[in-house]
Design a protein around this ligand. Structure first.
Ligand code: COA
Ligand code: MG
Length: 338
């Protein structure tokens, strides 16, 4: 076990993003924008956020109806304390992103999911549209957040390292950015990849690269790393493994496509009681010996990285409590499941 690891069974928690008041979204459930039936189910799914989709899951002919439906839903659900309502618009390259934004903006979406972003400049452009619409609608400047699906084109993968400098020069856009997520379907299509996994079922290198660059870039930017979808929604065991691996690798939330996926995702992305206990003991040990750089706890060496990790766990817990207290979901011991 590396010195950076918490004790056996205690899983990695990557730095939650943003200010302490930024809620960490564990589960974000996609719902086709034109399906009133699924929207009704999604609202009671327990997902921390819904992503009302105007892009790939909506047929072109249905798009006007979907925009109207999404706006109606947004306007009818004004209490967002238990569940945020996000909208996935069409890509900048589609030429219809602005129409999507204008149609849904009166409903005050909590955030916009940007698909097929090719570069950080795309993100900055969308952010500037949001600024204009917020001003027009009298909404708070910067109140509409952004999550970017950051790996859906080959070009996007090659330019992820430009987010740092672009956002450093544009702090208001950086403030809006709540998270990065990754997608494989569009990348497969763009590259003519026929299989995402090898014979053992592991992601092939291109997709491991996309996933890894997503979590590394998000962490470097100080925003939430959100794992992509698990498409086989009937495979509960596979989903569980996928979530565990996401959590171990530093993601703090995951996209869902089916209500059955929400519960397992929510449970997994809340630190277990043993993790929280471990974190409290580390923080207490360093508080009791402020001059110590290194010490031992339960026969293990602990030093600064452990303190950082412990604080992250407590920070994540704090934000969960603050953002979603009404759910009343108790922290649970996740050790047995690791
Ligand atoms: N949100 C809300 N409700 C959903 C849902 C979702 N994402 N997915 C399924 N449901 C509902 C179904 O409508 C069904 O309710 P009903 O019995 O009242 O009709 C119930 O949950 C069970 O659904 P099930 O029969 O298991 O699945 P399905 O065959 O109806 O739907 C999908 C399968 C994949 C089409 C559906 O899950 C879906 O639309 N997912 C989201 C797709 C999407 O947005 N993709 C874009 C991002 S990748
Ligand atoms: Mg897509």
């Amino acid at each position: 076990m590396s010195n950076l690891s918490p004790p056996a069974g205690v899983r990695n928690v990557s730095p939650p993003s943003g200010s302490p008041n930024t809620p960490v979204l564990r589960s974000l459930l996609f719902v086709p924008g034109d399906s009133e039936r699924k929207q009704a189910k999604a609202i009671v799914s327990g997902a921390d956020a819904l992503i009302l989709d105007l892009e790939d899951s909506v047929a072109v002919a249905q798009l006007p109806a979907a925009r109207a439906r999404v706006r109606e839903l947004l306007q009818s659900q004004t209490d967002r304390s238990r569940q945020q309502l996000w909208v996935r618009v069409n890509a900048l390259s589609s030429g219809i992103l602005l129409e999507d934004l204008v149609a849904v903006f009166p409903g005050m979406p909590d955030g916009i999911v940007v698909p097929k972003a090719a570069t950080a400049a795309d993100v900055a452009e969308v952010a500037h549209y949001l600024s204009a619409l917020e001003a027009r609608e009298g909404q708070g400047a910067g109140s509409t957040k952004l999550v970017v699906i950051a790996t859906e084109t080959p070009q996007a993968l090659l330019t992820l390292n430009s987010y740092g400098p672009v956002l450093a020069a544009d702090p208001r856009t950086h403030e809006r950015l709540a998270g990065l997520t990754w997608g494989s379907e569009d990348l497969s299509a763009a590259m003519g990849i026929t299989h995402k996994t090898d014979r053992q079922g592991s992601l092939t290198f291109t997709f491991q690269l996309a996933r890894s660059l997503c979590v590394v870039s998000a962490t470097a930017l100080g925003v939430q790393a959100i794992d992509g979808v698990y498409l086989d929604f009937r495979d509960a065991e596979g989903l569980k493994r996928d979530i565990e691996s996401a959590r171990r690798d530093g993601f703090t939330g995951k996209l869902a496509i089916h209500p059955d996926q929400v519960g397992p995702i929510n449970e997994a992305f809340i630190p277990g009681t043993a993790e929280v206990e471990w974190a409290k003991r580390i923080v207490a040990a360093f508080a009791a010996s402020p001059d110590a750089g290194v010490m031992s706890l339960d026969g293990q060496m602990i030093d600064k990285p452990h303190l950082v990790q412990a604080r992250r766990i407590l920070d994540l817990m704090g934000r969960r409590g603050a953002a979603h207290a009404p759910h009343g979901q108790p922290a649970r011991d996740a050790l047995d499941r690791g």
